[in-house]
Design a protein around this ligand. Structure first.
Ligand SMILES: C[S@@+](CC[C@H](N)C(=O)[O-])C[C@H]1O[C@@H](n2cnc3c(N)ncnc32)[C@H](O)[C@@H]1O
Length: 257
């Protein structure tokens, strides 16, 4: 079976990073987006705490990378943790940095979450949907719902097409300008294909934008509530928290802004 784009591309990104950066620790920090490694991990932890994280919870960290969040959580002795990623070097670095023998770091190569139904208090995707297609992210969200406890929370960070900085990060400022003038539709289709072609030529990992309309639509389809979090200044990305909708019996989903 051919390798998924996210496995192929992210392994290549990390290999290239290690090849050009002589300091392995710096390379591992850059591979997950750069910026202050420790501080960003602490901010990610604060987001989970603001959503009710308890010291005895079970956190599943999808796309755990080199362990920014895991490192920030390691002083919680009763916290259970599973980190997954598609790049073994990143997981190995995270495992060593955390020094938590009771925690699991697992390499994966599909969009499955390697655990049972209804076990997790938190399923976290920090800067992961940013590198997947919308179809892939939706599959992952379904998986996250499967492994979440009834009162569990799913945290997703994303690049918002309404934010010019995010558009620039996604290499898509041109699209923003055109969007303002022409609206979506044909333009979207043309530019999506243009983006794919450029990615193949430049051999970069995909950078995906996600609008609130799409995130709301997923909530509705999966009968989840969605809360938008005011964290863009803290982690550089927008974020939202999905929960099983309280009104599940009526089949409605709730959106709070
Ligand atoms: C920008 S980094 C963010 C890492 C980490 N969440 C953080 O905030 O420090 C994105 C990570 O997602 C991983 N990744 C990409 N596609 C993935 C997938 N389908 N499943 C799990 N991890 C994936 C990459 O290998 C990389 O470590």
């Amino acid at each position: 079976m051919p390798q998924a784009h996210f496995v192929r591309d992210y392994n290549r990104v990390v290999r290239q990073m290690v090849a050009v950066e002589p300091d392995y620790e710096v390379a591992m920090a850059r591979a997950v987006g750069g910026g202050p490694y420790t501080e960003i991990g602490v901010r990610q932890r604060r987001i989970l705490e603001s959503l009710g994280l308890q010291g005895t919870d079970y956190v599943i960290d999808i796309g755990a990378g080199s362990g920014r969040l895991a490192t920030a959580l390691r002083d919680l002795p009763k916290l259970a943790y599973l980190g997954t990623d598609v790049v073994p070097e990143l997981l190995e670095f995270a495992r060593k940095k955390c020094a938590r023998n009771d925690w699991t770091f697992k390499r994966i190569s599909t969009l499955e979450i390697p655990d049972k139904d209804q076990v997790a208090d938190f399923v976290v995707f920090f800067s992961v949907f940013t590198h997947l297609t919308k179809k892939e992210s939706y599959c992952y969200l379904q998986e996250a719902k499967r492994v979440s406890k009834k009162n569990g929370t799913i945290v997703v960070s994303y690049l918002d097409p309404k934010n010019p900085v995010h558009l620039e990060m996604a290499g898509n400022l041109l699209r923003y300008r055109c969007f303002k003038i022409m609206g979506e539709g044909m333009l979207n289709i043309i530019l999506r294909w243009q983006h794919r072609c450029l990615r193949i030529i430049r051999k970069r990992a995909l950078n995906q934008l996600l609008s609130r309309e799409v995130l709301d639509e997923w909530a509705k389809k999966l009968n989840l509530s969605v809360e938008y979090l005011d964290v863009v200044d803290q982690i550089g990305q927008s974020a939202c928290a999905y929960r099983l909708a309280q009104s599940s019996s009526s089949g409605e989903s709730a959106v709070s802004r």
